[in-house]
Design a binder for this molecule. Structure first.
Ligand SMILES: [Zn+2]
Length: 249
C-alpha cells in the first residue's frame, strides 16, 4: 500500500471512530486527541470562539507536534480546505512570532489554512514605529474577531542575543538591525552573566514586554481586553523539544 492510500485509509478510520491513527515506521498505534474528538462531534475549528478554547486548541496541536504526529494538520491543508477558506477566514488565534526559520506557528501548532493569523518579525517585537505589527493584530481582533493573541518567543533567539551583545560587548549593529535590537534592549538586565543564561531570561522578558505593549498601546486592544473580547498571552518555544510553554498567570 502506498503512503497516500495509507493516509486516506487512516483518515477514514479517524472520521469513523473519532480516534487518530498514527503510523510510526511499520507500526501503527492509536491515540485519542482533542483535535480529532472535536472533529468527531461535527465541530469545525470555526467553532473555537473563546480564548480558552483557542488556547486548548493550540496546546493540543503543539502536543501532537511534540509527539511527532506530524500528519495531524494535514487535514487542514487540503484542496477542499483551500476552497472552504477562499471566500472568508475565521482564524481562531493571532500569533506574533519571531521570523526565525525554525518557529513557523502553523507547524508548531499542527494548524492549517485559515487557522492562524500570523504576524512575524525578528524578535517578536512590538514597536510603535512599526505600525504593521500593531495594525495587523488590531485587524485580527476588530475585523476577524480573533479571541486570542499569542506573543510567541523562542529560546536561542538571535534578535534577543544581538541586543544582549550590544549591551554586554558593545558591538555595533548595521542598518535597521541596530534599531530592532534597540527595541529589545530595555528589557535586558545589565549583568556579567554568560550570554546563554542571560539569553533565556531576556527571551522571557522580551515576550512579556511585547504582551504588555499590546495590552496598552493603541486604541483597540486595551479596550477589547477589558471587555473580555480578547486575551493576550505570552509563550516561549523550545527549539529542541518542540514544546511551546504558555506564560499564563
Ligand atoms: Zn528569534
Amino acid at each position: 500500500m502506498d503512503s497516500k492510500m495509507m493516509r486516506l485509509s487512516r483518515r477514514d478510520l479517524m472520521v469513523a471512530s473519532g480516534m487518530l491513527a498514527v503510523g510510526a515506521g511499520s507500526g501503527v498505534w492509536w491515540a485519542q486527541h482533542d483535535l480529532v474528538e472535536v472533529d468527531h462531534h461535527g465541530l469545525s475549528l470555526q467553532d473555537v470562539k473563546t480564548a480558552d478554547a483557542a488556547l486548548a486548541r493550540l496546546t493540543a496541536g503543539n502536543k501532537c507536534y511534540v509527539e511527532e504526529h506530524f500528519d495531524v494538520g494535514d487535514g487542514r491543508r487540503t484542496v477542499s480546505r483551500r476552497q472552504e477558506t477562499s471566500e472568508r477566514q475565521h482564524p481562531y488565534a493571532a500569533i506574533l512570532a519571531c521570523s526565525d526559520s525554525r518557529v513557523g506557528p502553523e507547524i508548531l501548532f499542527s494548524a492549517g489554512l485559515g487557522d492562524l493569523f500570523v504576524v512575524r518579525v525578528a524578535g517578536n517585537i512590538v514597536d510603535p514605529r512599526c505600525y504593521g505589527v500593531l495594525g495587523s493584530l488590531e485587524y485580527a481582533v476588530e475585523e476577524l474577531k480573533v479571541p486570542l493573541i499569542v506573543v510567541l518567543g523562542h529560546e536561542g533567539c538571535g534578535a534577543v542575543k544581538a541586543a544582549i551583545r550590544v549591551i554586554q560587548e558593545k558591538v555595533e549593529l548595521p542598518g535597521a538591525i541596530a534599531m530592532l535590537a534597540a527595541t529589545i534592549q530595555p528589557v535586558i538586565e545589565a549583568s556579567s552573566e554568560p550570554i546563554e543564561t542571560a539569553l533565556h531570561k531576556a527571551v522571557m522578558a522580551n515576550v512579556e514586554a511585547s504582551v504588555q505593549k499590546l495590552r496598552t498601546d493603541g486604541p483597540i486592544l486595551g479596550p477589547r481586553l477589558k471587555q473580555m473580547n480578547v486575551a493576550i498571552v505570552g509563550a516561549v518555544y523550545d527549539l529542541k523539544s518542540g514544546l511551546v510553554r504558555f506564560l499564563t498567570e
